[in-house]
Design a binder for this molecule. Sequence first.
Ligand SMILES: NC(=O)NCCC[C@H](N)C(=O)O
Length: 393
Amino acid sequence: MESETGALRAVLVHSPDGELNTLTPDDHAEFLFDELVWPQRAREEHEAFTTVLRSRGVAVLDLREGLAEVCRDKEVGRRLAAQAMAGARVPPRARDEVISWLAELPAEMLVRSLLGGISSDEVPRWVPGTGSLWRHRPWRLLDPLPNQMFTRDSSAWFRDGYLLGRMRSGARAREVDLVAALYRHHPWFAGHAERCWNEALPPSMPIEGGDLLVLSGRALAVGVGDRTCAAAVEALAEELFARELCDRLVVVDLPRTRATIHLDTLVSFVDEDAVVMSPELGGRPVCTLRPGRGGPVLRHQPDFATAAGEALGSALRVLEPGRDGGNHRREQWDDGCNVLAVAPGEVIAYESNELTNDHLERHGIGVHRIPGSELRRARGGPRCLSCPLHRDS
Ligand SMILES: NC(=O)NCCC[C@H](N)C(=O)O
């Protein structure tokens, strides 16, 4: 992966399912959803998204199906069950038995439980250790993963390898275990097991894929804000520079608000030399990190466009829908700036963001408009819903 806009050849997605059904008015915020969504409609919207991808010749791997394939190997299934149970609400004396029960389920059912969560009363009575309170006061034994559909955040590909997310919120931490298992065991990724660029970085330093933009085969842009911390970026720079994978990080300081959780909520590439960008990003502090003898060397930059243009080697065209008037902040909240390029000058966007989409079309960008009335309630757009695995360079 050496760009954000080269013709998209393969992508990892996750079609939402049972994990959306389990949210309640009391806990949706804890799971980083601003509202409850209508699961069936969200699924249909997601299907509309993958239909466009397939119609453009993109190979689509669905995480749910891919995981079921890898869990047919019982050892892999057992390891995933054990990982899930390590953080689950299960009394210690029943843990091994519950792991064995899960590991023996058909692969599809195991995957459904890992994604959708488990209530204690779903565990069959014959599993030893599932005693009295267990039956009479059922509890959520394993939390669901309703944000798994935002495959952008749990991992990100750069060059011929990938970075695994270190998620800021516990509600998303387990997503990474599932993606890591897919990369380790699915035939699509044969030969890539050793290509995780940030394996050595500790989980205590959060970094999420939505904060990473691939500027070129030598440069990344990284947002530091609500989700990704400066320490993680510093460590990432050291790691990538030491491996000589990259020689420039453009680091953008993001506002810490719900509307601006990741860098890609404020900017995405729409063409080789063009971005759609919220005017809010324009005034943010930006610097570059480059390799130096005593560690990464920091240089302040006037703004994102200048720093990114320098990395690209040519001026960046900045399309700012709000500059023409109209209430762009409303659309930014609904992921107007979070579009997925399927080829240079051709993007997928939510249809409701009319001001932004019209602006892009006036500037020569082709826009595939998809429905997103339910999906956008979780604060993620088409870019968030996709993890590109391969693009033309
Ligand atoms: N890259 C992105 O902006 N991803 C969207 C993440 C939305 C999810 N509900 C979250 O708060 O993490």
